[in-house]
Ligand binder design. Structure first.
Ligand SMILES: Cc1cc2nc3c(=O)[nH]c(=O)nc-3n(C[C@H](O)[C@H](O)[C@H](O)COP(=O)(O)O)c2cc1C
Length: 379
């Protein structure tokens, strides 16, 4: 049995398990991938401060965010097409997250529907929303999320238009995935995936299926997004959402102090400092570079979450040191799911938990809720 004890191990296992078009869709960023790479290198460049002779026998890894208890300060962020990485992927991801005691956020662009995930878990989960040109569709999604007992809406605002991920058209990524002459060999080499996903029941956008029927079918994902997503969204639309959603609102895609201030003024409960994992504006700074000034601008008015490049417990610790209350994982989750399904997601969370516990102790700290910049070497 291969030993898998890092997110990179899970990434390599995922590469072997799913066809290239699917793997590349998750693994890469937009355009020249400058921002995608910055997310990783800027995190790695933050040096942790080794401290000794401190009593680290009692460790506190749990925290409370948005009134919910998190077993570790790491949740699963929304990712589109998750059910193509593993059959019933969103249901398995949500189950693994809930059993572990961390939040799971379902994407609008998921393969399993809101109702599928509701049926797979006991506790509330979060639902991520994109605002569409047709607001009656958003209203319908909000009604469904409320009926499914979702505790928060995560409004993603960094995709008014879509950044090009160059590999997707080259790889012929299609939804539902198709067997073609070009991918025949690759798919044949991945029989478990082919059997479960290609012939499975859930292969297209579970939340959108009914609506898509009237839109002339789906040619490519990017075409559909260009047709349906509303590029005219502004802060006033947050008020629209607030009037219709009685529970928590998290805004995702903040990378600028001015936007952070505006988000607070518009009454969000939390924000995610995010550049969509380097999949949108290429050339933008990394999320870890933006985090300190966002935290300063927010000044405690709402909770600040962080994502972008988190691949280890050390990365989580770095983000906490710069003021994040918790982190979300995107790619790390997908690698784990593709590699080993539900057990893989549990394993990924466990790997991160152990790395976090050890690194916390070796910096002489005891409580994830009390980590400060003191655990970093000043630059
Ligand atoms: C394959 C993939 C699909 C994604 N789909 C969505 C989505 O549907 N909605 C959304 O808000 N963010 C989406 N994201 C962005 C993630 O929620 C998150 O911001 C990002 O992955 C964090 O960076 P990381 O992948 O380095 O952890 C997606 C990311 C990936 C990798």
């Amino acid at each position: 049995m291969t030993v898998l004890n890092s997110i990179e191990d899970l990434r390599q296992a995922a590469r072997r398990r799913v066809p290239r078009a699917i793997f590349d869709y998750a693994d890469r960023g937009s355009y020249d991938e400058v921002t995608f790479n910055r997310n990783l290198t800027d995190l790695a460049a933050l040096q942790l401060r080794q401290r000794v002779m401190v009593d680290v026998s009692q460790q506190q890894l749990t925290t409370t965010i948005l009134g919910e208890r998190w077993e570790i300060p790491v949740g699963i962020g929304p990712t589109g097409l998750t059910g193509l990485f593993h059959a019933n992927g969103e249901m398995l991801g949500a189950r693994a997250a809930q059993a572990f005691g961390v939040p799971f956020c379902l994407s609008t662009m998921s393969i399993c529907s809101i109702e599928d995930v509701r049926g797979a878990v006991q506790k509330p989960f979060w639902f991520q929303l994109y605002l569409m040109r047709d607001r009656s569709f958003n209203q319908e999604l909000l009604d469904r999320a409320l009926a499914a007992n979702c505790s928060a809406i995560m409004l993603t605002v960094d995709m008014p238009v879509q950044g090009l991920r160059r590999r997707d058209p080259k790889n012929g990524l299609s939804i539902p995935p198709k067997l073609t002459l070009k991918n025949l060999f690759e798919v044949a080499m991945r029989p478990t995936w082919a059997l479960k996903v290609l012939t499975g029941r859930r292969r297209t956008f579970g939340n959108l299926e009914a609506r898509m029927k009237g839109t002339g079918g789906l040619k490519t994902l990017s075409e559909w997004i260009a047709q349906q997503f509303d590029p005219s969204v502004t802060w006033k639309d947050l008020a629209w959402l607030r009037e219709r959603w009685p529970r928590k609102i998290i805004i995702k895609g903040i990378l600028d102090a001015e936007d952070a201030r505006l988000a607070c003024e518009h009454g969000v409960d939390a924000m995610v400092v995010s550049n969509h994992g380097g999949r949108q504006l290429d050339g933008a700074r990394s999320t870890i570079a933006a985090l300190p000034e966002v935290v300063d601008a927010v000044a405690g008015r709402c909770e600040v979450l962080f994502d972008g490049g988190v691949r280890s417990g050390q990365d989580v610790l770095r983000a906490l040191a710069l003021g994040a209350r918790g982190c979300l994982i995107g790619k790390a989750f997908l690698y784990a799911l593709a590699a080993r399904g539900e057990a893989g997601v549990t394993l990924a969370l466990d790997i991160i938990r152990k790395e976090l516990a050890v690194s916390l102790a070796l910096t002489g700290a005891n409580d994830v809720g009390k980590v400060t910049r003191d655990i970093l070497i000043p630059r």
